[in-house]
Design a protein around this ligand. Structure first.
Ligand SMILES: *Cc1c(COP(=O)(O)O)cnc(C)c1O
Length: 386
């Protein structure tokens, strides 16, 4: 995504504060990152080392993640979670279509079949009641995607998983820092997957983390993120070869120290930035609550969103997008239901709430560089109508 300062200046009757287009996303790089990454480059120890370990420690200390293993992407985290959970050929994984293709493509990668459950129109998350209908003897796991950072109904999903002996995997790419009934996302389910891609809350350029609740499974994650070799317990012998015996398939999914240095820098002030995001969200919710033709997404008080996105439903969506664009404001659906893809079997008309959601959902700018003045301008533009 482009940096705000590189976007063209606008001219016209109505332009945003600063005179430049307001994009949906922004990449946050903390001022201390240059120094921290430079130190790693100067050391020439670039690959996985002590900074990755330090980064993982901070993910636990700052965000409450349980046994996080830092990886090279969120997609790798999803793939490794499915592998370690034992999901494979012939199995089925139930998930929501309201997500990025990474959620379902990793299911296909392990030889299993993605089975789409319907969503809740009010927030874009998987509907536990519909999950129950889609369970078969082949069902192995439920994948919960926290759309835009708003936590799914985890208590209901866990109850279903328990009744049917299923694994719960969270795709929490949008949800670092979110909480559900007082517990941090990253400490609740069997597996939780995070993304540190460039436009996510916390970036390492590209990167991710996988949290496995069971310490035994967590050890397996650490081993299999690097070929399946247990580095901590495979000493070098006298002739200079590492002593190990490979017992199962591993991957080259580890994070590198220069990326961890960026992640560590970006963790500075994380909670302050989240507090500012919450303020912007409150400003949007207050400003847009009474606008005709617009329905805000639901939010319940037993959970705190990470607010990666600010979304709602609108009537006459194309007119809405055009009206905002003409006044220098970005608006996007971000993703339509991914069941539409041929690889996943094509559009399912029976997912009635997903189909409704596809028609009316929209998202407006929300990121760390968005000022209160800019958010105010966006509210004013929307209030003028479309
Ligand atoms: C970003 C994202 C991913 C993939 O993360 P990468 O780090 O880009 O591999 C997975 N799921 C969702 C919902 C995402 O938004």
């Amino acid at each position: 995504m482009a940096d705000i300062s590189s976007l063209p200046a606008l001219t016209g009757n109505q332009v945003p504060p600063g005179g430049q287009f307001l994009p949906l996303f922004n990449t946050f790089v903390h001022p201390s990152a240059q120094q921290r990454v430079s130190e790693v480059l100067a050391s020439t120890f670039l690959s996985e080392g002590k900074l990755v370990k330090q980064f993982e420690g901070q993910l636990t200390a700052e965000l409450g993640m349980l046994h996080p293993a830092a990886l090279n992407s969120g997609t790798s985290a999803l793939h490794l979670a499915l592998e370690v959970a034992g999901v494979g050929a012939g199995d089925e994984v139930i998930l929501s279509p309201q997500t990025f293709i990474a959620s379902a493509i990793t299911v296909v990668q392990v030889g299993a079949r993605p089975v789409f459950a319907d969503i809740q129109y009010e927030n874009g998350n998987i509907d536990p009641a519909d999950v129950e209908h889609r369970i078969t003897p082949r069902t192995k796991a439920i994948m919960a995607v926290h759309w835009g950072g708003y936590p799914c109904d985890m208590a209901e999903l866990h109850a279903i998983a328990q009744r049917h002996n299923l694994v719960v995997i969270e795709d929490a790419a949008h949800a670092p820092g979110a909480t559900y009934q007082g517990q941090p996302i990253g400490a609740i389910s069997d597996y939780t997957c995070f993304s540190f891609q460039a436009i996510k809350h916390l970036t390492t350029g590209d990167g991710g983390a996988l949290c496995a609740r069971d310490p035994e499974k967590a050890r397996e994650v650490f081993r299999r993120r690097w070929f399946g070799i247990d580095r901590a317990n495979s000493p070098m012998n006298e002739v200079g070869e590492r002593e190990y015996d490979l017992t199962d398939v591993g991957y080259k999914y580890h994070l590198s120290d220069y990326a961890a240095a960026l992640g560590l820098a970006n963790l500075n002030g994380f909670h302050d930035r989240m507090a500012v995001r919450r303020q912007r969200v409150q400003q949007y919710r207050d400003g847009l609550a009474a606008v005709a033709g617009l329905t805000l997404f639901q939010h319940q008080t037993d959970r705190e969103s990470a607010h990666w996105l600010f979304g709602f439903h609108v009537e006459n969506r194309l007119d809405f997008i055009r009206a905002l664009k003409a006044r220098g404001v970005g608006a996007s659906v971000v993703h339509d239901g991914i069941d539409n893809n041929t690889l996943f079997g094509g559009k399912r008309p029976e997912l009635t709430q997903q189909r409704r959601f596809d028609e009316t959902q929209i998202h407006i700018p929300l990121h760390d560089a968005l000022t209160a003045e800019q958010a105010g301008y966006i509210v004013d533009v929307i209030k003028q109508g479309w």
